[in-house]
Write a protein that binds this ligand. Structure first.
Ligand SMILES: NC(=O)c1ccc[n+]([C@@H]2O[C@H](COP(=O)([O-])OP(=O)(O)OC[C@H]3O[C@@H](n4cnc5c(N)ncnc54)[C@H](O)[C@@H]3O)[C@@H](O)[C@H]2O)c1
Ligand SMILES: [Zn+2]
Length: 354
């Protein structure tokens, strides 16, 4: 399996058996430490060890699963394990998990002794197509997502779709939002294929048709290669996320929090409506999002708070709330200014979809 070039490091997509051993033999590492969470320790570590050929006794730094544990406390626990395992600069850290393990384990590796090598072995759809690529690492701090972190690239990424077999369906659906986003910003052929495969079937799983993962990864790769430090084009990856993040925060403390993907799905619809109005382009996005996530109306009582949340978005410039949406050509970026009235009409448009 030939890897993608992420601008200095390989991204392998396919069976680990065919990708990892060859890569491993070309490197000379001392100790190896696996970072995992409860679920990936149980479901993914056996698969990883069996396929990679690494010995079963490797030390593991274990995190409790979930975004609430993407904290300094967890990072400290990982550094402690690194200390106990006497990891030196010749060591390799393997982050085996979703975006939480990848961001936090990568952050710990990047800061340990001023940086030891790490590989990302993503096990969620979101981590395979999005979080494991691009070198952004970090932890949440004082309730602020990704408040502390660094840019540092892994030495390799190994995305093996077999890990998706044990991924809970809700996580799979959530990750599909990024796949849809990637198709819309850069890959009309992927977009056509997603619609052809039937998004509700893809969401239900379990099998994930070959080629889809690669196509989605290729979009993220091209963007981070062109804009590694997030100075311009990379903002396009935020399509759906200006409104989506506000919704995710808003529902976070409700009885029924919303998945990142479902919130971004609604965000994709609302931002499309604001960019292009209610025409065919928006209708296509809306029907894809409804197929994967269904519709969860946004209560009118939430509109004011959502606007407040969006006013705090870090992409804003000069007090203007703005969102990044695709331009006419693939991989082109267009900024749109948002107003409170606009947001409200977009949310009402979404609420009335059927
Ligand atoms: N670095 C980046 O560029 C980037 C980009 C997007 C998102 N992120 C970050 O990614 C995080 C979200 O990642 P996520 O959605 O992967 O969440 P996650 O890492 O919390 O994983 C979701 C859940 O699935 C479980 N799980 C993971 N793989 C499994 C498998 N194969 N089988 C069974 N269970 C499995 C996990 O234990 C967890 O409970 C956020 O913290 C976000 O900030 C980072
Ligand atoms: Zn996202």
């Amino acid at each position: 399996v030939a890897p993608f070039d992420a601008g200095g490091y390989p991204v392998f997509c396919g069976d680990l058996r065919e990708t990892f051993p060859g890569w491993w033999q070309s490197r000379r590492y001392g100790a190896v430490l696996i970072v995992a969470d409860d679920n990936t320790l149980r479901d993914c570590r056996p698969v990883f060890l069996e396929k990679s050929g690494l010995p079963p006794g490797l030390p593991v730094a274990l995190l409790p699963a979930g975004e609430v544990h993407k904290t300094l406390t967890s990072a400290e626990a990982v550094w402690k394990v690194m200390l106990e395992a006497r990891l030196d600069r010749r060591a390799l850290v393997v982050n085996l998990g979703g975006g939480v393990v990848g961001d936090l384990g990568g952050f710990c590796a990047a800061t340990w002794k001023r940086g030891v090598d790490f590989v990302q072995a993503p096990t969620t759809l979101l981590a395979m197509t999005d979080a494991s690529i691009g070198g952004k690492l970090g932890i949440d701090f004082q309730g602020i997502k990704n408040a502390v972190g660094v840019f540092r690239n892994p030495v390799a990424v190994f995305a093996d779709p077999d890990f998706l077999d044990t991924l809970p369906e809700a996580e799979r659906r959530s990750g599909l939002a990024e796949v849809i986003k990637h198709a819309l910003i850069g890959e009309p052929a992927l977009w056509a294929r997603l619609q052809g495969e039937g998004l509700s079937r893809l969401a239900a799983g379990p099998a994930f048709p070959p080629g889809l993962l690669e196509a989605s990864i290729a979009v993220k790769l091209r963007i981070v290669r062109e804009d590694p430090q997030e100075e311009g084009l990379r903002a396009l990856l935020n399509y759906g996320h200006t409104v989506g993040h506000a919704l995710e925060s808003f529902f976070l403390n409700s009885e029924r929090p919303q998945s990142h993907g479902a919130a971004v799905g609604t965000g994709l619809v609302v931002e499309s409506y604001l960019a292009w109005g209610p025409g065919a382009r928006t209708a296509e996005v809306a029907s894809a999002v409804l197929e994967v996530f269904g519709r969860r109306p946004v209560p009118e009582a939430a509109f004011a708070r959502l606007w407040e949340l969006m006013e705090q978005d870090k992409k804003n410039r000069d007090g203007l709330v703005r969102a990044a949406v695709p331009g006419e050509e693939p991989f082109s970026l267009r900024w749109i200014g948002l107003s409170r009235g606009g947001l409200e009409s977009g949310l009402r448009f979404y609420n009335l979809l059927r």
